[in-house]
Write a protein that binds this ligand. Structure first.
Ligand SMILES: *[C@@H]1O[C@H](CO)[C@@H](O)[C@H](O)[C@H]1NC(C)=O
Ligand SMILES: *[C@@H]1O[C@H](CO)[C@@H](O)[C@H](O)[C@H]1NC(C)=O
Ligand SMILES: *[C@@H]1O[C@H](CO)[C@@H](O)[C@H](O)[C@H]1NC(C)=O
Ligand SMILES: *[C@@H]1O[C@H](CO)[C@@H](O)[C@H](O)[C@H]1NC(C)=O
Ligand SMILES: *[C@@H]1O[C@H](CO)[C@@H](O)[C@H](O)[C@H]1NC(C)=O
Length: 461
């Protein structure tokens, strides 16, 4: 496959090392990443390495809407761990950020607005680091920062200059596919002629300008999608309180209360089709991949596109796919669970997913129950919504790490906010540097050979 190899990066822990930290506050959980780089190289690409990743115990910060101080407290264990890996004399200079994504975007609809962000900021300010803010990213920012992370780690930005033309350009720059609990993002560089102005973000990095398409779909993350699916199945079998679920394995049961649908704007608790009251519904698995796929497809509003080409989810605009893509976060975890070797064609993947749906969930009670649904969902999302086909499927690489760092939006976010992805081309571009070296060495060797030849010739005479 084309999957980029994971070239580990050199750590710099000497006196010139700088550090930064970013909390990724997702809808289902929070993680902290500590990054490290050499101050001499801050304007190069691919020089930042990941020193620590720490998973915060418990749910995402949006789940603390009713008890905001606990959201702040939940971060402490990871903050303490971070301070253990950063030299004491450097801690005061460490820029520290918290970025929240779709879980918090959904909370914007609640009244009164919860104080969760204020509380996490308060906690971070108690630590001896340079706190720079806790904010909610827009979906488009989340997509763009993921795209920056990937291309920075894979060193694409400096390869661009080596053969600038429309064709080689697309093959050097990777697109980004991200799937979280509450939203999903697609970001890539389409042919510029097809990119509509209001859908384009223009970024200038290392002397080149990139027009990218970045789109985020709220409520299409895998957890919200599962809730929406359950709601549709319940509505379809109303007023029965026992409901067949084609995406859960045979024999697996899950109970849900109708009130749980009222908790998320994604499942629209005021939907008149939803049975009234607060009864408990039992979902009973029937484990049929084909019925599962069909039920998931019904959640996409295919009529919204009409006959329109270049149309994505819910009638949104999406230019034709272009180039290779890195699929990370939940795309990666679900795909990884199939235990396939890299670069399998779509038919093999489909078969593996069908097999997953008929397995006994007791083989792996922690994970198997949800993986038939999740795996079919990523298939539906990639094929029906994002419009990958049998051929372009081979342009997707499912990858979690690159250059020793986790792939996600956090690194791109930090690089941007600390001005480490400059607009200008760096004075010393790596490619140029190496070709100058090569020329110099060739010159020296040639001279040595000539000198030796002259010497031999003199001895001969
Ligand atoms: C990085 O770029 C900025 C702005 O162009 C410049 O001020 C700074 O000195 C550069 N740093 C290094 C280490 O080259
Ligand atoms: C699907 O999209 C059409 C056209 O945009 C809209 O009228 C309709 O309400 C949508 N249906 C659903 C279920 O969202
Ligand atoms: C697959 O999609 C690409 C565009 O992404 C298109 O050029 C190609 O013709 C499609 N192939 C098939 C078999 O439909
Ligand atoms: C893949 O391998 C892991 C670890 O060996 C195992 O837990 C999991 O059940 C496997 N997945 C499938 C679909 O068999
Ligand atoms: C990065 O930061 C600059 C300001 O320094 C901003 O103009 C730009 O839009 C940011 N990039 C992204 C992807 O948001």
């Amino acid at each position: 496959g084309f999957c980029a190899s994971d070239m580990g990066l050199g750590e710099s822990s000497g006196p010139t090392a700088l550090y930064g930290m970013v909390f990724d506050a997702g809808s289902s959980h929070t993680s902290l990443f500590v990054y490290q780089w050499d101050s001499d190289k801050e304007n190069d690409t691919g020089v930042v390495s990941q020193t620590l990743s720490c998973d915060v115990q418990g749910q995402g910060i949006s789940s603390y809407a009713n008890n905001p101080p606990e959201a702040g407290n939940s971060l402490r264990v990871c903050l303490d761990k971070a301070l253990q890996v950063i030299p004491v004399e450097k801690q005061r200079d460490v820029p520290a950020y918290l970025g929240a994504t779709a879980g918090m975007r959904l909370l914007r609809y609640s009244q009164p607005p919860p104080q969760v962000l204020a509380e996490v900021a308060k906690t971070m300010q108690e630590y001896p680091v340079a706190f720079k803010g806790a904010q909610i990213l827009t979906g488009e920012e989340e997509g763009a920062y993921g795209w920056i992370t990937i291309n920075y780690l894979l060193d694409s930005f400096t390869k661009v200059g080596e053969g600038w033309n429309t064709h080689s350009f697309a093959t050097n720059i990777f697109g980004a596919l991200d799937l979280g609990g509450a939203s999903t993002q697609i970001t890539f560089m389409p042919e510029s002629s097809v990119l509509r102005q209001n859908e384009a973000s223009e970024l200038t990095l290392y002397g080149y300008s990139y027009k990218i398409y970045a789109h985020s779909y709220l409520c299409y993350g895998q957890d919200e999608m599962l809730k929406r699916l359950a709601k549709e199945l319940i509505v379809e079998s109303s007023p029965s309180t026992r409901v067949h679920h084609p995406c859960y394995p045979k024999g697996y049961k899950e109970t849900m209360s109708l009130s749980s649908f009222r908790a998320s704007p994604c499942t629209d608790g005021s939907d008149p089709r939803l049975p009234l009251g607060d009864s408990t519904i039992t979902l009973e698995g029937s484990g049929t991949a084909s019925a599962c796929l069909a039920a998931l497809r019904r959640l996409f509003n295919s009529s919204a596109c009409g006959q329109g080409q270049d149309c994505a989810l819910d009638g949104g605009y999406q230019p034709p796919l272009r180039g290779q893509f890195i699929a990370f976060s939940a795309f990666y975890y679900n795909f990884k669970f199939l235990n396939l070797t890299e670069g399998q064609p779509l038919a093999v993947v489909r078969e593996a997913i069908e097999g997953l749906c008929t397995r006994s969930w007791k083989d792996n009670p922690k994970r198997l129950p949800k993986y038939c649904a999740n795996a079919n969902y990523i298939l539906t999302l990639l094929l029906d919504a994002y419009k990958f086909n049998e051929t372009s499927w081979n342009n997707i690489c499912f990858q979690m790490k690159a250059g020793g760092a986790d792939v996600g939006w956090t690194l791109g976010y930090m690089l941007n906010l600390t001005n480490m992805v400059p607009a200008e081309a760096p004075a010393r571009v790596k490619g140029l540097r190496s070709s100058l070296w090569a020329a110099a060495i060739t010159f020296i060797i040639l001279n040595l050979v000539l000198g030796l030849a002259a010497l031999l010739l003199q001895l001969w005479v």
